[in-house]
Write a new protein. Structure first.
Length: 365
């Protein structure tokens, strides 16, 4: 049995604890999640992007938003951004997927490598991506009444020519305002030889080890086992160079999904990152390409991002929508899982996006 004064002290202590919890949720530094962070990292293959829902009001308060998608593939990320910014309210991802059938019939495309030569075009295998993007529902987000947003500029960089051709068709069909470049991105500029693909392929990367040279990968071991006519030269460039060529002054959101090239692409953005010209950056971590043990580690990449003039703080994106801090001091060796997973990083000086990601991460702690 507690006395009245004890109960009063208890209420005061509870109030203080609530205040402390509120302060922590509004802190500029996220709380580390401990062992739960590793569990979230392991379910980061097909994440729910609650963090993107949280920063969308911030996007609406820019007159012009620049979205960079490196490894645009079939364009579902682009289309989701169109829906999110209320530029495609009468269409869904299913409509985007249905247009692929129209495109394939018009181009006489019936096959892809992922199934038998006569089955892929019929079944649609490979056209929705490994996470079934064509089944995703449009974001149900209300445009703020004080929104100043007027224009979304999309910049899509895609290595596979067949996907690039489709993106040009789709952008024209659905009125997507943007630039499409058939090229690969890396930390150097030059060219390389890329294995031929078919519409529906995702797992095509430069050479056998995602190698980029200033000439080509003609001497790559893969070239000795595959007929020469199945390779074609493709331009490689850094995102810094692309930004100069396209006159991009600021990137609000950059999405990278490059079959193991992600770390190199990020390194090729160094001057943009240091100049605070990128706010939010998401990328895929993997076991292929340059994520192999001898090439790049996630730990090194996160520390590199933290050393920018305006540090970037990175989080695991989980399938349940939670965020778990991954950057030091929250880094643990068990994070080096080398499996398909996804992270999002935010510039600490970006304001609302940084605050929202800290809030979401602390809510999940």
């Amino acid at each position: 049995v507690y006395s009245a004064s004890a109960r009063g002290r208890g209420r005061v202590a509870a109030s203080r604890q609530i205040a402390m919890d509120m302060d922590a949720s509004n802190s500029s530094t996220p709380r580390c999640h401990g062992s739960s962070a590793v569990r979230l990292a392991m379910i980061s293959m097909c994440p729910k992007q609650h963090w993107l829902d949280a920063i969308t009001p911030w996007l609406f308060h820019h007159q012009q938003v620049t979205y960079l998608n490196v490894g645009a593939n079939k364009g579902f990320n682009v289309w989701s951004m169109m829906q999110r910014m209320h530029l495609a309210e009468n269409y869904t991802n299913r409509d985007w997927r249905a247009e692929m059938d129209v495109y394939m019939r018009a181009q006489g495309i019936r096959t892809c490598r992922s199934k038998g030569e006569t089955e892929c075009g019929k079944s649609g295998e490979g056209l929705c991506g490994v996470c079934g993007a064509c089944k995703e529902l449009p974001p149900t987000l209300v445009r703020p009444v004080d929104a100043t947003f007027r224009r979304l500029d999309v910049h899509a960089v895609e290595l596979i020519r067949e996907n690039t051709d489709w993106l040009r068709w789709a952008f024209a069909r659905f009125g997507v305002r943007g630039s499409i470049l058939h090229a690969g991105a890396s930390n150097v500029s030059g060219s390389t030889m890329v294995r031929a693909a078919k519409f529906g392929d995702e797992g095509v990367f430069v050479g056998t080890a995602s190698k980029v040279t200033t000439d080509s990968d003609a001497d790559d071991p893969l070239a000795a086992t595959v007929p020469a006519q199945t390779f074609s030269p493709v331009r490689i460039l850094t995102i810094e160079q692309y930004a100069r060529e396209e006159g991009i002054r600021h990137i609000h959101l950059a999405s990278i999904d490059a079959e193991g090239q992600d770390a190199l692409i990020i390194e090729g953005m160094q001057n943009l990152l240091d100049a605070a010209r990128v706010d939010v950056l998401e990328f895929e971590y993997h076991h292929i390409g340059y994520w192999k043990k001898t090439d790049r580690s996630l730990e090194a990449t996160l520390k590199w991002l933290q050393r920018r003039r305006e540090p970037f703080r990175c989080y695991w994106q989980a399938a349940n929508g939670c965020l778990a801090p991954a950057s030091p001091p929250c880094w643990v060796a068990a994070f080096e899982i080398r499996k398909m997973s996804n992270l999002v990083c935010v510039r600490e000086g970006a304001g609302a996006p940084h605050q929202e990601l800290v809030r979401l991460a602390n809510a999940c702690a």
